[in-house]
Design a protein around this ligand. Structure first.
Ligand code: ATP
Length: 903
């Protein structure tokens, strides 16, 4: 802190003009290690595996097995242990996969940093930073390591993550007295994990990873952010209830069995097996896998989920508030019109290639000979922070040089540089004449920016550009007929008319103004940006993204309203909203100042009817989100700037832009769009709905199967029959039938009508819309039919209990394997092609093969208490097994009310 810049740079062996070179950086990275905070102690795979045996019921089962081993029932004991171990391995694999996908997710949102290496500014993963690296910061960036600032321009950093103080600290690059100074007062330092919220700065990295201030307290703040979703929490509670119910029923089964004269020890073993099978212990892991796999699918569709709970909320989204520029439009701007000194000009050429001409009434105009045009382009190029970069690639057989152009920075500013270059005004050329003294940066609150520049000879100019309506209010004069004249009301309304005209052509307009500056540097933007001379306007096209129209139509079908929230001019916004189909016949448009004047109640009344918000500031977004939520909406809201963060945070689904978004907005968001594209939101919502559907599907499968299993045993005991299933069979059903097919349901493809129904109510129970009904009807039917098959077989040959048990066992397994297809549709089993989920077909097929193996492979028969069945018996098994699904399918098919409820 108490060193000057030279001392800092020489200590770290870095040349401020060059930064480190790659070799130095690689060498240092090897020594210091990655710039990351080490994660808290994680469960080792071994511990995870052992955890599987900690389950109370499994322990009881193991103890019971031990008892049966001691009593000489070795086959049973060994088989049960083998199944318990297999079950544990399956549980382990599920949890391990879930864990891995979650940590892969975290890596995706890893931060980056802009660093100077070998004289060039490049962007690298923040983890690769080393002490001595020179990095740049701008408003919205997350500070990527501990820094000593060597340049700070109006830089404010919010350090609450470290100090708890939420008021941003104004940073300096000056030397400060050393000694023990609290963190909050180290004003020439930046700390890892804090956020730059205003201004710009450059710093030298002084510490990385665990050596940073954040690293020192990392063990204190290891915020193992709960990645648990509300559904997972609810399922955990449900799990507890189900454990109680299963244990109770099991106890009843055991007691009834004993009363009816069954051997107590056998009943006990059967009871414990039943409890193990009936408790859906795999549910949380399968839910996590379904969520994680869904998230993976979302990544393929370019949506990166930062907070797992939002996956669920996505399916409930009923309104999307979207920015215009870059999200609904392509953000590829081209200046097509200029207006200066009373004349409208057209600019030819397209894209970023700086080739084109200026035409006024069909005549070519050259900026060299047109003072007003020259002045306008000069401001456009000098009051600008973007860079137009020419890249050469060798291409084709003849290796011809191919030239391409790219903009580094804000596309709006890039378009202005291109227009300037078309008139031979480049930043390189102008920077030789003018040097920048001060900048009052752009922010979407004030919608303009200005710079103070100085000519080599000493003349100073203040150059400003910004939203026409804003800038016009700061002008007192205007360039008119070659002279600077007072801005009369007539001239003012002429400018507004032209602006309106250009905006109605869906052009995004900027205005330019200047004034000569004498005297000292202005202290504030308010002091600088006044008494300006209006120079002209530039209108640029920013074509809508082609695919957005369809996405908006999909949203409408899916009961999701889309609203445009833009900082741009109302007329431009309306023109684009109409092109995209956002603004409908009866839809309202409101601008920022109208919104400002509305009381909360007035706004609340209208909010459902407003399609477009124009010229709003980021702070309005928060108000919009709150009003929408008050109307019962689940709101998704996009944003990219620092000031958007509160609205993003308040929204049910906060969405940040992957390309143009600031770190601050990303940190606040729960979803990041890798391509900044609106369509990606709609894809994410579709995936969100599908993930939730799939969770409901395997819950209906698992629970109905369990109801069936308990019911068979319960009814048999009640009726004084022998045991229809032996313990090992129950455990087998739990492992095979409840395992693979349930997982395959978790990756079921979306139903065709996923986006044809209204959003789900976020408070709805998991059993709503038919799931509870399905579990009950199918569970009862599976139980009755299995018992029926057992009873028929047993009545026919009471001496051959093993045969009757084999029939009950195969009926139960087969009934579940058929029922799994019924779970795939919210309507009836006949509504979907059973072959459209390949993993499921495979899972069912292999489960069926395993069933045949335990029935027909002689060495397995004594272990599983089975015998080979003949053709006649198979007819009984197959008809009893298909009956539940067929019967229930019929009922559903002829119950229109029920079908509606399903939709
Ligand atoms: P959206 O909110 O949909 O992204 P937007 O990009 O137009 O739209 P802002 O970035 O807040 O929203 O810009 C608001 C207004 O500020 C623009 O309409 C434009 O007139 C002006 N503006 C935009 N960029 C700049 C800039 N770099 N310099 C000066 N003025 C700008």
């Amino acid at each position: 802190m108490d060193w000057d810049t030279e001392q800092v740079t020489s200590y770290f062996g870095v040349d401020p003009a060059e930064g480190l070179n790659e070799a130095q950086a690689a060498e240092r990275l090897r020594k210091t290690g990655a710039n990351q905070l080490s994660e808290g102690a994680k469960l080792s795979p071994m511990a995870l595996l052992l955890n599987q045996f900690k389950d109370f019921m499994v322990l009881v089962l193991l103890a019971a097995t031990l008892v049966s081993g001691l009593l000489g029932e070795y086959t049973d004991a060994i088989a049960i242990i083998a199944i318990v171990v297999l079950n544990a391995i399956l549980g382990f694999v599920q949890e391990f996969r879930a864990e891995k996908s979650l940590s892969a997710l975290k890596k995706l949102s890893a931060p980056t940093a802009r660093v100077k290496r070998s004289g060039r500014w490049i962007r690298i993963p923040a983890a690769d930073l080393v002490p001595g690296d020179m990095i740049s910061l701008e408003s919205g960036d997350r500070v990527p390591a501990d820094l000593r600032l060597i340049q700070a321009e109006n830089l404010y950093i919010e350090e609450s993550a470290l100090t708890g103080e939420s008021v941003p600290v104004n940073k300096t690059d000056a030397k400060l007295p050393g000694g023990e100074v609290p963190l909050g007062d180290r004003k020439n330092m930046g700390f890892l994990g804090t956020m730059a919220v205003r201004g710009t700065g450059t710093g030298i990295v002084v510490a990385t990873g665990m050596n940073t201030e954040m690293g020192r307290i990392a063990h204190l703040i290891q915020t193992t952010e709960t990645m648990q979703t509300p559904l997972q929490r609810r399922l955990e509670q449900l799990g507890k209830i189900l454990i109680g119910v299963s244990l109770f029923l099991t106890a009843v089964v055991v007691l009834t069995g004993i009363i009816h004269g069954h051997e107590a020890y056998k009943m006990f073993l059967a009871g414990v097996s039943l409890a193990v099978a009936a408790i859906p212990e795999g549910l949380p892991a399968i839910v996590t896998i379904a969520l994680a796999l869904g998230v993976q699918r979302m990544i393929k569709r370019r949506a990166i989920v930062r907070k797992l709970p939002s996956v669920e909320t996505l399916g409930c989204a009923s309104v999307i508030g979207s920015d215009k520029t870059g999200t609904l439009t392509q953000n590829k701007m081209t200046v097509t019109h200029l207006w200066t000194d009373g004349r409208r000009m057209e600019v030819s050429g397209s894209g970023y290639r700086p080739e084109g001409d200026f035409h006024c009434d069909g005549r070519k105009v050259t900026p060299g000979k047109d003072h007003a045009l020259k002045q306008l382009l000069e401001i456009a190029v000098l009051c600008n922070n973007a860079a137009l970069i020419r890249e050469e690639e060798r291409e084709g057989l003849l290796r011809r040089k191919q030239e391409s152009w790219r903009v580094d920075g804000d596309p709006t500013e890039g378009a202005l540089l291109v227009a300037g270059a078309k008139g031979d005004m480049t930043s390189q050329g102008l920077n030789r004449i003018w040097s920048r003294v001060k900048e009052f940066p752009f922010d979407s609150e004030r919608k303009m920016m200005s710079v103070l520049v100085e000519k080599k000879g000493g003349k100073r100019m203040l150059l400003a550009k910004g939203a026409p309506d804003v800038l016009l209010n700061k002008c007192t004069h205007i360039l008119h007929q070659g002279r600077t004249v007072p801005l009369t009301d007539a001239l003012r309304s002429q400018v507004s008319r032209v602006n309106e005209k250009l905006a109605s052509m869906a052009l995004r307009n900027l205005a330019f103004a200047c004034r000569e500056w004498s005297g000292t540097e202005p202290a504030s933007e308010a002091a600088a940006e006044r008494n300006l001379v209006f120079v002209g306007l530039a209108g640029m096209i920013d074509p809508p993204r082609e695919e957005v129209r369809d996405a908006i139509r999909t949203c409408r079908r899916a009961g999701i309203k889309t609203v445009m929230i833009t900082g741009d001019h109302q007329t431009t916004a309306v023109a684009i909203a109409r092109q995209l189909g956002i603004l409908t016949g009866s839809g309202l448009t409101v601008n920022g100042s109208e919104l400002q004047q509305m009381s909360d109640t007035q706004f609340q009344k209208k909010v459902n009817h407003i399609d477009v918000y124009a010229r709003v500031s980021p702070e309005h977004k928060l108000r919009i989100v709150k009003a929408l939520q008050k109307e019962g909406h689940v709101a998704a809201m996009t944003g990219d700037g620092v000031n958007d963060a509160p609205a993003i945070k308040a929204a049910d689904i906060g969405i940040a832009m992957g390309i143009t978004g600031t770190d601050v907005s990303k940190e606040a968001s729960s979803l990041v769009l890798a391509d900044d594209n609106f369509t990606t939101i709609v894809s994410a919502i579709e995936e969100g709905r599908n993930i939730y559907d799939n969770i409901r599907k395997f819950i209906s499968y698992l629970l109905a199967s369990n109801v069936g299993e308990i019911l068979v045993m319960f009814l048999a005991m009640l009726a004084g029959m022998p045991l229809p299933l032996v313990p090992i069979q129950i455990l087998w059903v739990n492992l095979v039938t409840d395992g693979l097919p349930a997982m395959a349901l978790g990756v079921d493809p979306a139903e065709e009508d996923t986006m044809d129904r209204p959003p789900r109510d976020s408070r709805e129970s998991i059993f709503a819309r038919g799931v509870g009904w399905k579990i009950l009807t199918r569970g009862l039917l599976i139980g009755f039919c299995t018992l029926g098959a057992f009873w028929v077989a047993y009545a026919e040959a009471p001496d051959d209990l093993v045969r009757a048990q084999t029939i009950a066992f195969s009926t139960l397994v087969l009934a579940q394997l058929i029922y799994v297809f019924d779970c795939r549709s919210r309507q009836s089993v006949f509504h979907r092609n059973p072959l459209s989920n390949k993993p499921l077909v495979l899972a069912v097929f292999s489960s069926a093969l395993l069933l045949l193996a335990v029935m027909y492979y002689p060495p397995l028969q004594p272990i599983f208490h089975t015998v080979s069945l003949g053709f006649r018996e198979w007819i009984l098994v197959v008809s009893a097994a298909s009956l539940p699904t067929l019967l229930a399918g019929m009922i559903d098919l002829f119950r229109p009310a029920r079908r509606l409820a399903h939709g």
